[in-house]
Ligand binder design. Structure first.
Ligand SMILES: Cc1cc2nc3c(=O)[nH]c(=O)nc-3n(C[C@H](O)[C@H](O)[C@H](O)COP(=O)(O)OP(=O)(O)OC[C@H]3O[C@@H](n4cnc5c(N)ncnc54)[C@H](O)[C@@H]3O)c2cc1C
Length: 125
């Protein structure tokens, strides 16, 4: 942030945060850092940086089971052939997609994994 202050002093803190627009706006308002970073003292910027890195976060609800996404768990990849997805110890049993302990970032990677692992298994059948 201090480096950005030197090179882009007219930039707002919000623009520096690689976060969704509304989240960045809310954080900037909470921090009271709405002026361009060039107008903030180095010490204030360092404090802001520390607060952002250690922001306490308390979700107040979930969107329920219909929206729930499991991100970990399932059959270990160690137990499967990476070429065919067949279980090493149970010949003829193939495990793909969500049933495997593979975690993808949001953005289509889980679909990609489900399709790609399914395709790999299908080639071996
Ligand atoms: C709300 C939500 C949003 C998501 N958004 C994204 C996203 O944007 N991008 C992304 O990449 N991934 C997303 N995912 C993850 C993605 O949907 C899964 O990783 C992917 O669908 C897994 O595919 P799969 O074929 O392994 O399992 P599933 O799609 O869960 O398919 C399993 C199928 O088996 C059927 N089944 C279960 N038990 C039986 C049984 N006994 N007999 C017969 N059939 C049975 C089920 O009805 C289901 O149709 C999302 C998941 C959720 C829950």
């Amino acid at each position: 942030m201090l480096a950005a202050k030197r090179t882009r002093p007219n930039t707002g803190l919000k623009a520096l945060l690689d976060l969704p627009e509304r989240l960045a706006q809310a954080l900037v308002e909470r921090l009271g850092a709405t002026t361009p970073i060039g107008q903030l003292a180095d010490k204030a910027l360092t404090t802001i940086e520390q607060r952002l890195a250690d922001w306490p976060f308390h979700p107040n609800c979930t969107e329920g089971f219909a929206k729930a996404e499991v991100t970990v768990g399932g059959v270990s990849t160690d137990a499967l052939s990476s070429r065919t997805m067949m279980a090493q110890r149970v010949p003829g049993l193939y495990v793909i997609g969500e049933a495997v302990d593979v975690t993808g970032w949001l953005g289509g990677y889980n679909f990609q994994w489900a399709w790609a692992s399914g395709w790999a298994a299908a080639q071996a059948l």
